[in-house]
Design a protein around this ligand. Structure first.
Ligand code: FMN
Length: 462
């Protein structure tokens, strides 16, 4: 994740979250080879940061090969990002803007050239087309060209998060490919991860936003697996359809590239019973998250412990850019911050580990009194803070220019600038007419009921 899966966060996820494989943020290959400043800012690792995949985006084989060669001794694989749908990718014609069918011959030679030139396996991360048939042909083309593994995010280039990721497309792709398939999209809770493995038959699950909110996302599965505790009802037991991951993936990669084990067998893990009072395992209904990421007081305590552990990782692996740290703390302590606006303000201003520690301690004190779903209190001091459409606070902003994490893939044309201005004006107009009326204190209503007794969790509690 650009600006978010930096070394300290990877360390945290490995130590606390039972992540079997980490990806770096996407690096822009052109900038990586030509700009030592950019490289130093984004690329940091150490001996324990393994297994690791370094992700690049780019359109030229020579640049991607040079970039890959710079890091191949310190990682286990190179990933080519063919899924980034952002405007910046459109300008640079990389990411998901390489997936048009007319570009497949170029893409095929690109993947084939880099997979031949590098000493580690080359994987790809893709989005899907509307048409399943075209998606299958696309992925098979990438497989034939030399991709060793494929991560699939089952949204199209134009779909955003309002649409649920279509896992059924991953199932179809899995059955038509020989290489390991990683499913990605809408795994917000451990139960989603398990459900995703069951429904897609994928070899592994990749999480982005779920992991930002809960870096220990995968741990319940790893623990349940270790205990041999598979709380599935017989009719739900589709584990026979899921290949044992360690066997398929590592032997496949070893065959292709003599590489070691990538993951433990996450696919054999089970969802955990999170509430002792309920005995039967129930598969969760898939819904988009509603703005609540903690369910119980112990969830909440765990998030605070994770936030402190993250700061410890930052101390061990400096320098961490303040805006990166702020965003991680915001995501991990999402619910407490939504209810303590003055401390969110303080978060956006703090730049030192000692200040963040102090902030976490203050927030924890309040949250322990209030429980997981407190009423909003405190006032935002800064008018600059923004709210998202669901009424929750937007993450702390990046510094102007993206702080060096978001390197532009090209200059904006005048037409693009005009289009952006028009979009902004339109958005402002819509907001004026549809935005929920702020209460005193300048904040729209919370997306969940304010009394914890009324709260009904939406995803997978059993
Ligand atoms: C902050 C952020 C940064 C991201 N950066 C990358 C990236 O560098 N490379 C990439 O392939 N996908 C990136 N993504 C997309 C995610 O990998 C993923 O495909 C998408 O968020 C859907 O998965 P999720 O539902 O688990 O979040 C990013 C997503 C977020 C939220």
């Amino acid at each position: 994740m650009v600006g978010q899966s930096e070394l300290a966060f990877r360390d945290l996820c490995r130590a606390k979250g039972a992540c079997d494989l980490c990806y770096t943020p996407m690096f822009i290959a052109d900038a990586f080879v030509s700009d030592a400043g950019y490289r130093a800012k984004v690329w940091r690792t150490h001996a324990k940061d393994r297994p690791l995949i370094v992700q690049f985006c780019g359109t030229r084989a020579d640049t991607l090969i040079r970039a890959g060669k710079m890091v191949q001794d310190q990682c286990d694989g190179i990933d080519l990002n063919l899924g980034c749908p952002q405007k910046v990718a459109e300008r640079g014609r990389y990411g998901a803007f390489q997936m048009d069918e007319s570009n497949w011959p170029r893409l095929s030679s690109l993947v084939s050239a880099i997979s031949r030139a590098l000493s580690v396996p080359v994987s790809v991360k893709v989005r899907v087309f509307e048409s399943l048939d075209r998606t299958k042909r696309y992925c098979r083309m990438l497989e034939r060209s030399g991709a060793s593994m494929i991560a699939v995010h089952p949204r199209t280039r134009t779909q955003r998060e309002e649409v649920l990721a279509d896992w059924s497309k991953i199932r179809e792709l899995k059955s038509s490919l020989q290489i390991p398939v990683i499913a990605n999209g809408d795994c917000w809770h451990a139960e989603d991860v398990w459900l995703c493995l069951l429904q897609t038959g994928a070899d592994a699950v990749m999480s982005a936003q779920g992991l930002l909110h809960n870096p220990a996302l995968f741990r319940p599965l790893a623990e349940a697996q270790r205990r041999g505790d598979l709380p599935l009802r017989p009719e739900d037991d589709t584990s026979s359809k899921i290949p044992p991951l360690s066997a398929t993936l590592s032997s496949h990669l070893r065959r292709r590239r003599e590489i070691g084990v990538y993951f433990r067998s996450v696919s054999l893990a089970a969802a955990v019973k999170r509430r002792s009072s309920c005995s039967t395992f129930a598969l969760p209904t898939r819904v988009l998250p509603t703005g609540s990421f903690v369910s119980t007081p112990s969830d909440l305590r765990e998030r605070f412990d994770l936030a402190v552990a993250y700061l410890d990782c930052c101390v061990k692996c400096p320098p961490c850019h303040p805006s990166v740290v702020r965003r991680h703390l915001y995501f991990m302590l999402f619910n407490p911050f939504q209810a303590n606006l003055d401390l969110f303000d303080a978060l956006c201003c703090a730049s030192e580990v000692a200040d963040w520690r102090d902030l976490i301690a203050r927030l924890r004190e309040r949250a322990e009194l209030d429980g997981p779903h407190p009423a909003a209190k405190g006032k935002l001091l800064s008018k600059k803070r923004t709210f998202r459409r669901d009424g929750t606070l937007a993450p702390p902003p990046w510094p102007v220019g993206g702080g060096g994490f978001h390197v532009s893939g090209g200059r904006k044309s005048d037409a693009e600038k005009r289009k952006k201005e028009k979009r902004k004006r339109k958005k402002r107009k819509v907001n004026e007419t549809t935005k929920p009326k702020p209460r005193r204190g300048g904040r729209p209503p919370l997306p969940y009921p304010e009394s914890s007794s009324q709260f009904t969790p939406s995803v997978g509690l059993f």
